[in-house]
Each structure stands twice: as C-alpha cells, then as structure tokens.
Design a protein around this ligand. Structure first.
Ligand code: UTP
Length: 190
C-alpha cells in the first residue's frame, strides 16, 4: 500500500503567535524567505506523496494561493526581465496537486483531520503539521512512510518535552522502540 495523500490541517487560530498571526496564517510565516508550509509540502513531495489536502479555515486562502499560479505577477516579472524569479514561482505552483476542504470552526486537530475524510477516501494517508519543522538527515515523513510500508500499521512521530511542559501538549503513553527495531528504521531509542 502506497501513501499517496497528505492531509495538512491549517485551520487553527495560531493564538500563540499573536499578533503576527492576526492576519497572516501561522503556516505562511517564513523562515528567511520561504513560508514554513512550503518546506512541509516539499518534504511530502520528496517522500513520494502526490496529493496535498489542505484543511483550511477563514483567513487562510493565502495558503492555497501560495501553491497556485500567479499570471499577473509572473507577467510583470517577465516584463522586467526577472525570468529566474518567474521560474521559481512556477516551480512552486507545479510542485504538486493541491485540494482543500474547509473546517468551519476550529474544533481542534482531530476534527480538522476528520474534515478530510471524503477527500482521503479508503486508503492510508499522511498527516503533516506546518508549524513544526523537523530538521533530520532522513526527512521525518520519509521515515514514517518507510515504517508504514514495512509494517502497514499507523505510525506517529513524537517529540520529548520536559515534564513541566507536558501540560501544553497532547501526550501519549507508549513504549520505546527496542534497540534492534529502532536500528532497522534509523530511529533513536532514548
Ligand atoms: P496547533 O494547536 O499547534 O495550532 O495545531 P493552533 O490552534 O493554530 O495554534 P494555537 O494553539 O492557537 O497557538 C497544529 C496544526 O493544526 C491546525 C493548525 O492550523 C496547525 O497547523 N489546526 C488546529 C486546525 O487545522 N484546526 C484546528 O481546529 C486546530
């Protein structure tokens, strides 16, 4: 079974980043000059994912626009002879197939994923968050896709947080990988 689709929920209010996120979606906040959502979509594409499903909400249209063609802007840039910039914009628009569904109220991450149910259909899929970039030698989603391909079981990436910060996060009680299982997938054991 191949993971062809990734659901990326982007309908949250982003209250922890206010006032930056009063009008700018958190997922479009840039790292230098690239919006964080672009890193996440690129990571999905590099892992073989062919369709991105955005779960969007009010004020989040800019996210879909970022992956759309921008003919007027491209024309102005072309007239100015800025062809490299036009090419860069085209590459972003052609990165992948993008579809979206609305989450009418920000009822939480779980509900956001559920909103994509009809677009996903009956097949395994990835869920990626655009506000937590993982800097890893083997990109995070590629690691998860590899584990799923091998085990055909649901798999989730976790982050360790100090005990005093646990109340700020969703937490799981789980068991750590055994050393030899972890080695098979290049995962840490601690
Ligand atoms: P977060 O809880 O980190 O995002 O959800 P948030 O709610 O926007 O931020 P805070 O807590 O108010 O600062 C992780 C991802 O899930 C999406 C967010 O857009 C974010 O990318 N999300 C969250 C939804 O799509 N819908 C929701 O109802 C909540």
């Amino acid at each position: 079974m191949k993971i062809r689709k990734a659901v990326i929920p982007v309908a949250g209010l982003g209250t922890r980043f206010l006032p930056a996120t009063k009008t700018v979606p958190k997922e479009l906040l840039p790292i230098i000059d690239i919006p964080s959502i672009q890193y996440v979509v690129q990571e999905a594409v590099d892992a073989g994912i062919q369709e991105i499903i955005f779960v969007t909400g009010r004020g989040k249209d800019g996210i879909e626009d970022h992956f759309d063609e921008a003919p007027e802007l491209e024309q102005i840039l072309a007239d100015r002879g800025q062809s490299a910039t036009v090419d860069m914009l085209r590459r972003i628009a052609e990165m992948t197939e993008v579809v979206s569904v609305r989450q009418k109220k920000p009822l939480g991450l779980g509900h956001a994923v559920l909103c994509a149910r009809d677009l996903v259909g009956d097949e395994p899929f990835a869920v990626m968050l655009a506000d937590d970039l993982i800097d890893a030698e083997i990109p995070g989603i590629r690691q998860l896709v590899e584990i799923f391909t091998e085990t055909e079981e649901s798999v989730v990436a976790l982050m360790k947080v100090p005990r005093e910060e646990v109340h700020q996060y969703g937490v799981i009680k789980g068991k750590l990988f055994h050393r030899e299982e972890a080695a098979k997938f290049s995962l840490p054991t601690d």
